[in-house]
Design a protein around this ligand. Structure first.
Ligand SMILES: *[C@@H]1O[C@H](CO)[C@@H](O)[C@H](O)[C@H]1NC(C)=O
Length: 419
């Protein structure tokens, strides 16, 4: 009997470690913790696939539920029973801006007539899940509000599968215009010269796109003064940049998952995944993707040698299906801000762009930094050579990473000095 129990325990432990084990690059510090995070994501995905297969739920809906379950478990472990009020003194209100739900964080009131800074934040989550109210985001936005004496507005834009592009972008744009209106800025005592737009991952995409739109819209009198983009997704035409190829199978955000997020966001069929991973959609022949547009995301000229290494561009000569004509959103600058022309970029606010080595999106961020600079915009680039996608969301026990803490600190310090 005893022997049997030992055998079963050993087998279970072996199965569990096999399940959790993911090969990771040497540059990743605290690899075991990252494996646990990655295994949790995979569990959420597998559960969602199972429930979808059983006809119980849309796979995104169940993925969200599992994620929220993880989030509240961690909050409970941390003993923060009232997640809205992590930082005492910061006032939290759930309201709407132009019909879009937002959470507003107001720092303790300053003296009469004392103006504060403003920051609008778009959370990440592949345009399909996540919320500014979740533990890590809620904590970060309150910290910024408190430490930087800033009114932070976290936007709950609508997500896939309820909507797809351009709705999430339009929600963010409406909320941004409302925030920048002189009456709203006055109501919150915000200095109109010191308002930032920011976001991470899919939220970084939305922040860059909204910043471009506002900068070129003459009907908006107050503009964002800075944009802070954290590992943003900025283009969906080349899924063979060095960072996409190098991080093909990386924990948290493998290439196939990012491609799936893009297809969902753009309202395209997910069955196109293998074709777009092969860059078939951006084939040369008969393509509406002109040489001029191509040059705007040509990593062979936009990336430094240390990132290009010996990677080779994947350029397909011909494809039969006319994918770009079927899915025109691939070429829309509001979904792919990297496609904007230099004349648009030149009008954009000063930028902070954070990138991580172990992230399929690294080169999107690096190329955008280079193009903004070439257009005459001042850019601060923060590159983390041990960083991985999503690391800013993992800064506290039990899943805190040193690189996540450093990156979060670097981002907040930049805002402190530049907003
Ligand atoms: C890419 O397109 C070509 C030509 O239409 C086709 O033969 C090839 O199978 C496609 N590749 C993928 C991965 O679908």
């Amino acid at each position: 009997m005893k022997m049997k129990a030992v055998v079963v325990t050993v087998l279970l432990a072996a199965a569990l470690s096999y399940y959790i084990y993911t090969p990771l690059p040497d540059g990743i510090q605290e690899p075991f913790k990252l494996m646990v995070v990655d295994a949790s994501f995979r569990t959420a995905i597998n559960l969602a696939a199972l429930k979808y297969w059983l006809g119980l739920d849309h796979y995104i809906t169940s993925f969200r539920q599992t994620l929220e379950g993880f989030d509240s478990t961690i909050s409970a472990l941390l003993g923060s029973t009232s997640p809205a009020g992590v930082v005492p003194g910061v006032k939290v209100s759930d309201i709407t801006f132009a019909g879009v739900p937002v959470r507003v964080y107001e720092p303790p009131a300053g003296g009469e007539g004392h103006l504060r800074r403003g920051l609008m934040y778009f959370h990440g989550g592949g345009w399909a899940f996540g919320s500014g109210k979740m533990g890590a985001y809620n904590k970060m936005t309150q910290m910024i509000s408190d430490e930087l004496n800033t009114v932070v507005v976290s936007v709950e834009y609508r997500l896939f599968p309820e909507v797809h592009f351009p709705e999430p972008f339009l929600d963010c744009l409406s909320a941004a215009k409302h925030f920048l209106s002189p009456e709203v800025l006055a109501k919150y005592s915000i200095d109109p010269e010191r308002v930032a737009v920011s976001g991470d991952s899919a939220g970084g995409n939305l922040a860059a796109a909204v910043a471009q739109e506002i900068s070129t819209d003459d009907s908006v009198s107050v503009k964002f003064s800075v944009q802070a983009l954290i590992y943003p997704a900025l283009q969906a035409l080349d899924f063979n940049t060095p960072s996409y190829v190098q991080n093909d199978n990386m924990a948290i955000l493998p290439r196939r998952v990012m491609v799936q997020f893009w297809l969902q966001y753009l309202g395209a069929d997910i069955s196109l995944q293998p074709q777009v991973i092969a860059n078939n959609h951006s084939a040369l022949q008969h393509s509406p993707l002109t040489p001029e547009l191509r040059s705007r995301l040509d990593w062979t000229s936009l990336l430094a040698q240390r990132f290009k290494k010996s990677f080779k561009p994947v350029v397909v000569e011909r494809e039969s299906q006319g994918l770009l004509k079927k899915v025109p959103a691939f070429l829309d600058v509001r979904s792919a801000p990297l496609l904007a022309g230099a004349e648009v970029l030149a009008k954009c606010p000063r930028a902070y762009i954070l990138t991580c080595e172990y992230d399929v999106l690294r080169d999107d961020g690096l190329m955008y930094a280079r193009r903004l600079q070439d257009a005459g915009v001042s850019v601060s680039s923060d590159y983390y050579e041990n960083g991985f996608h999503g690391c800013l969301s993992f800064t506290s026990w039990p899943l805190g990473f040193d690189v996540g803490k450093r990156a979060l600190r670097g981002y907040i310090n930049w805002l402190q000095e530049n907003l």
